[in-house]
Design a protein around this ligand. Sequence first.
Ligand code: CTP
Length: 417
Amino acid sequence: MTRLTNKRILLGVTGGIAAYKSAELIRRMQDEGADVRVVMTAAAQEFITPLTLQALSGHPVATTLLDAETESVMGHIELARWADLILIAPASADFIARIAGGQGDDLLTTLCLAADGAMAIAPAMNQAMWRNPATARNVVYIRTKGFLIFGPDEGLQACGEVGPGRLLDIEGLVDAVAGVFPSQALRGRHVVITAGPTREAIDPVRFISNHSSGKQGYALASAARDAEARVTLISGPTQLEAPDRVTRIDVISADDMYHAAIAAIDDCDIFIGVAAVADYKPVLPADQKIKKSDAPSNRSITIELIENSDIIAAVAGHPERPYTVGFAAETQDVVQYARGKLDKKNLDMIVANDVSGSDRGFNSENNQTTVLYRAGIDVREEALPLMSKGNVARRIIELIVEQTGATQMAALSEASS
Ligand code: CTP
């Protein structure tokens, strides 16, 4: 299942140094299943040729309003209506000003005027141009007219300056485009996700916890919501905002998380345990702050710990168990340990998570994972390359959709035999 299957994207390319990136953008949207047609402004052709984009898109590139040849292939009004999304990337300050002014003085502005479907711009320009009040006003205005605004990013610019105005990176753009077309694969399903760390109180001011940021769990909540699931996110303390249209239940300790998970289980179809649950908690948290002077004379202090309940094992052991997915953060023998947890905790799927490097896992934007899941009596393995936590989340949701669909069909055929 790709994210843009059967989607028709009209890519408008305007004049700017980032125009060369449209070549890669076309390829990536095609990888996701989109049919891409390209329209270029006159200025865009100063930066990249129509021939390149024609070869990549597999369609003639339209460049002028009054071009008899391209009009005969598909007229401009027809082209505007053909598109499920008109994406202008890169969108220059001048182009944004022209659409804000309602102009129709070339093919691309005319298409925007004639379109009645989704439209988006990905601005790319010098940081001073982006900050200019005229540009800011135009962007605010076209947003009220229904344009989606993707980006821009901040950073080093082609002109050597640093600031906001860079074209969003290609993966970010593809994600944003995919977000325009949410799949309905989980419509009617309730997905419960645990995320983040837990905190186990030692005394009123101290606790035991871990480095989990919650990002992967939150990304899964967004991906499940995009697939139209009803999502409950049971979250330990994180710095993250709750994703839109997701019900977040805030918890602190593993015990709190356990109770929230068990309470949600009755109407839960899919349970995903991403939380880094503390395995142990202090047996008796002190009522008052422990003082340094409380340490015995050998200057060491002992805190006795007791095991926390295993939340996901309890969920998977429930008589009405949902499809249950776990995570296994490991620093060595990642897949082997994960396989052990799949069996021991009676899970349907486990995502083995390599947290050994600083560019992946805890607190990073990326994750390197291998997904193990049951398929009949077999356990299948899919190794995913290092990629953004958002992309990991979407792939996991796709696999869950495939597997829960398959599981349901197996159950139906058993019932009818
Ligand atoms: N998990 C849980 N409740 C616990 C401990 C873990 O629900 N008390 C879940 C995690 O959310 C994750 C999976 O179990 O989905 C595996 O967590 P992990 O910490 O890797 O496994 P542990 O069983 O704690 O094993 P170890 O720490 O020894 O690696």
